[in-house]
Design a protein. Structure first.
Length: 223
């Protein structure tokens, strides 16, 4: 599948260009529907138990009802008592349709801190499903590196932090950044990788030979 799966959830969200193109699959999760409505975008699919949407203005529930009446296949109602979060259900739907790139918006902040943690775990699920996943925000992103090298575009400015989310990550090498590391060890109880900086004329790379890293990027610009 050449396109990407874009998922908009109910967390903190700043309107921005979602880079939504033909061949992409756009899913609104519960009150993520509100974010897209406010941008004037009709998603390809709307799913959720709609508990968070029900706490918004009744106008949005009426809009959802109108969409469902016109196109019932566009809306999926989930049981409130379920094992998966709405975002995880959306990821599984995208995987079932063959998508290998996932961009998650509205996945952090909001009124539910626990959902931020669950969405970081969802990133790891995407990785273990053979796909690439990114939690996106207006000024940054999160991604998983596991037994691989991640390369950033030359010319980026801003900061990034690297955390081990496996017990131990070995062979960690950071190049092209303010603070380098060669064949280091990171543990999940020691936040040694916080607050590194991009060097504008260098291409930053993060390598982990064995283990799982969470990389958090906050950029001044993205090229």
């Amino acid at each position: 599948m050449d396109g990407k799966c874009i998922i908009v959830s109910a967390g903190s969200f700043t309107p921005m260009d979602l880079n939504y193109k033909e061949g992409d699959f756009l899913i609104a999760c519960d009150a993520g529907f509100v974010h897209l409505q406010n941008m004037g975008i009709l998603p390809d699919y709307i799913l959720g138990d709609f508990d968070s949407l029900s706490r918004k203005s009744p106008i949005y529930l009426e809009q959802l009802k109108e969409i469902e009446e016109a196109d019932p296949a566009r809306v999926m109602h989930l049981n409130v008592m379920k094992d998966d979060t709405d975002t995880m259900q959306a990821v599984k739907l995208g995987l079932s349709k063959g998508y290998k790139k996932f961009y998650l918006y509205g996945s952090l902040g909001g009124s539910r801190f626990d959902h931020s943690i669950s969405n970081i775990q969802t990133l790891l699920f995407i990785k273990h499903s053979g796909a690439k996943g990114y939690i996106m925000a207006a000024d940054g992103m999160m991604l998983i590196a596991e037994n691989e090298t991640i390369s950033f575009n030359r010319g980026m400015t801003g900061m990034f932090s690297v955390f081990s989310i496996s017990d131990i990550s070995v062979g960690v090498t950071i190049k092209g950044a303010m603070y380098g590391l060669e064949n280091g060890i990171m543990k999940n109880d020691t936040p040694i990788g916080v607050s590194n900086e991009f060097i504008i004329d260098e291409q930053a790379t993060v390598t982990v030979e064995k283990g799982t890293l969470l990389i958090c990027v906050q950029w001044d610009n993205y090229l």
